[in-house]
Design a binder for this molecule. Sequence first.
Ligand SMILES: [Zn+2]
Length: 78
Amino acid sequence: MKLDEALAERFICPKCAFKGAEVKRFAATGTGLSRLFDIEHNVFIAASCKNCGYTEIYNPEILEGKDNLGTVLDLLFG
Ligand SMILES: [Zn+2]
């Protein structure tokens, strides 16, 4: 399962306990130090609660490197 879809489906809002999120990837570009690094290493994934808009940011590089992504999501969202 793709990380984006898995997160969208499994996300449970820590604020209102609503299930399901709007998932977007974005590049943290900018000035200063971040320009020295490869842009691929500055991509983050944001999961926003569809009910209250609370947003959590994850590093997809870390989550996609797991072969037990399902287990990690279990830990995060139960
Ligand atoms: Zn919420």
